[in-house]
Design a protein around this ligand. Structure first.
Ligand code: NAP
Length: 270
């Protein structure tokens, strides 16, 4: 099976490295193409470098890892070169199957990985159009399982799913950045040590909850005893943070809607 990846940015680079190292896909079965060819020369030892059309003509699965604003141009360029039986995979939640079908009427999957794929712990969202067979789904799922867990969602839930897995590392990092900066104002412990203590505790808390099947309430109840010190802090978080969290989701979902509308306009102008 030959795999092609268009776009050598954050996602394309990560998928290429992971398919090569975790799935041991041979160099001659991996193709990579990028708009700026100079950037991709570093991948020469693990993949065959080619242009978009040749990549589409030779691959059984084509991952299109470009931003939504570049998607229409790439799909238009490759649609006539794709093999009849090729599985087209896009990595963007805002480009719908209906939009894609206007240009490329093919078996298509949407895949949204998270940055945590870097340590093989992605929560990867996947959904399919109605042309994708059970066998195609099994092949794609097997490939993606090399970077973490695969979660199938209906197309109308891919937006919120993306918030929860692909945006979430950014949300988590910014929340704990605020917490560590605030902690630094009240202590002489060096900032790098604060960050290390908080990150390790955060990561271990997540692992503990998953391993022991604990809820957030379970953890709060174990740590924040009635009338104690932790309870003072958790009270503030439960009083003040919901407003910020609601605002965060209304802003990101509004931006997602706008991106989808812009993409739709660009595909409708065909
Ligand atoms: N980053 C994430 O955590 C994440 C997570 C899930 C999904 N996604 C989605 O994945 C997609 C890619 O995101 P990214 O973060 O990897 O973007 P990125 O870092 O900006 O990379 C995009 C790549 O696409 C290339 N490209 C653009 N137009 C092209 C064309 N016509 N032909 C060939 N290559 C072309 C760019 O080439 P140049 O070198 O010329 O710029 C660049 O290398 C987006 O749709 C994004 O929404 C991202």
């Amino acid at each position: 099976m030959k795999i092609g990846i268009i776009g050598y940015g954050s996602m394309g680079r990560m998928l290429l490295r992971k398919f090569s190292s975790n799935r041991k896909i041979a160099r001659e079965d991996l193709f990579i193409a990028n708009r700026t060819p100079e950037k991709v020369s570093k991948a020469e030892d693990i993949a065959v470098i080619c242009n978009n059309k040749d990549l589409a003509a030779d691959s059984d699965i084509v991952f299109v890892c470009v931003r939504p604003s570049d998607m229409r141009a790439v799909l238009s360029e490759i649609s006539s070169s794709l093999k009849d039986d090729a599985l087209l995979v896009t990595l963007n939640g805002s480009i719908t199957f209906d939009m894609i079908r206007k240009i490329a009427d093919h078996k298509t999957a949407k895949v949204i990985p998270s940055l945590t794929a870097e340590i093989d712990r992605s929560q990867t969202i996947v959904c399919y159009n109605d042309l994708v067979s059970d066998n195609d789904k099994a092949v794609l799922r097997d490939l993606l399982s090399s970077i973490g867990e695969v979660i199938e969602l209906p197309e109308n839930e891919v937006g919120m799913g993306s918030e929860l897995v692909s945006c979430m590392p950014g949300f988590i990092a910014s929340i704990f950045d605020v917490i560590c900066t605030s902690a630094g104002k009240h202590t002489s412990i060096p900032q790098d040590q604060i960050v290390k203590m908080v990150l390790n505790t955060m990561s271990a808390t997540g692992d503990l909850m998953l391993r022991e099947n604990m809820t957030f309430d379970d953890v709060v109840a174990r740590v924040a005893t009635k009338g104690g010190i932790t309870e003072e802090g958790t009270k503030v978080i439960y009083e003040m943070f919901p407003e910020a969290s609601d605002e965060m989701f209304s802003k990101t979902l509004a931006k997602r809607k706008l991106t989808a509308e812009k993409a739709s306009e660009s595909f409708n102008s065909l």
